[in-house]
Design a protein around this ligand. Sequence first.
Ligand SMILES: Cc1cc2nc3c(=O)[nH]c(=O)nc-3n(C[C@H](O)[C@H](O)[C@H](O)COP(=O)(O)OP(=O)(O)OC[C@H]3O[C@@H](n4cnc5c(N)ncnc54)[C@H](O)[C@@H]3O)c2cc1C
Length: 382
Amino acid sequence: MRRDVFGEEHSLFRDQCRRFVEKEVEPRVAEWNARGSSDRETWRKAGEAGLLGACAPEEYGGAGADFRYDAIVMEEWARVRAHAMMVSLHSDICMPYLVAYGSEEQKRRWLPGAIRGDVLLGICMTEPAAGSDLAGIQTRAIRRGDDFVLSGSKTFISNGQIGDLFIVVAKTDPGADPPHRGISLLLVEATSPGFVRGRKLDKIGLVGQDTSEIFFEDCRVPAENLLGQEGRGFYLLMEKLQQERLCIAVASMASCRRALEDTLAYVKERRAFGQPIARFQNTQFKLAEFATEVEIGQAFVDQLLAAHVRGDDAVAEVSMAKWWTTDLQKRLTSACLQLFGGQGFMRETPISTDYCDAAVQSIYAGTNEIMKLIIARKLGLG
Ligand SMILES: Cc1cc2nc3c(=O)[nH]c(=O)nc-3n(C[C@H](O)[C@H](O)[C@H](O)COP(=O)(O)OP(=O)(O)OC[C@H]3O[C@@H](n4cnc5c(N)ncnc54)[C@H](O)[C@@H]3O)c2cc1C
């Protein structure tokens, strides 16, 4: 179906983005997956092409565009399975913190580099003993003169090996009651003394991403790197979660479409019992059902994109989309893999990586169980 959420200008931008992705991104995906990391050169080229931080203000080098442009970037990257290069983490999850809460000095210092693709961004929330329960983090940032001294461990950090600047969630008031009132955000450069990159973690999916441990060993961070007000970190994080979760839903639908497209092509070619497997009613019903769900999911996500661009508060609805689209992605990739038969189980067949890559979608950016808690609260259930 034609997607009304995009206008003519968006379509032109998509064409430009797709040309870039086909030339500069798609040919590198296999190399990134083999090595477990993307490369800086492609980040810089994406920056040069105006594909990073399209929504950031023009005065810092952005295009001041609306979020639909970044959604197009996410969709085009997902279409070629370039999960190694987390453009949405950089442009739509981390950068908005700098834009919204950064001081003028912080913005001038880091935004132009981030938009050019020179300064790669990451966010350190999760710890070995605290993921969903963010208020339970143990990382501390204690003020000593003009610095904060940061100590603690983070894990599962995307861009962990390649990143240059991290938004670190830490307790500046470990005794605060309730605990979330003691949380602040700090901008920490990877070159800071005491910033230590740990292992690049071995994953079953998203194998091209450098998901890592990060340690802070009495890491000294200048006090002027505090992002937003001290003690307000938890609230700032909550304010930005709508966009983070919408990013997952957008990419999830793009991944579903690609998996479905490839499966439709395969079942028309593959023959069994003297006919293409597309002729079997099971194949037809399965794919008809998923094609229907993909249209339903896309319509919902597009409606949320429009709401988000308008500035609506759609936290509950975005939480619905996050759990539902990622659940669909898991079901769809599993069913499509089955239709590929033994070939679907081979790493060389992209549906096998689609299946593995889908698994994390219901875990990060808030687990799907947490999404349901948010929705339940909105329904007045607790
Ligand atoms: C590939 C990858 C990339 C990531 N990138 C980043 C990153 O860049 N930065 C970052 O900070 N983090 C990142 N994460 C971490 C991710 O956000 C967390 O894994 C996620 O929030 C879940 O936390 P957890 O792993 O501690 O699971 P837990 O919180 O221990 O949850 C375990 C299970 O318990 C369930 N559960 C927990 N609480 C409740 C509850 N109240 N009610 C019902 N069920 C509940 C969960 O839903 C889940 O099923 C990444 C993770 C992965 C796998």
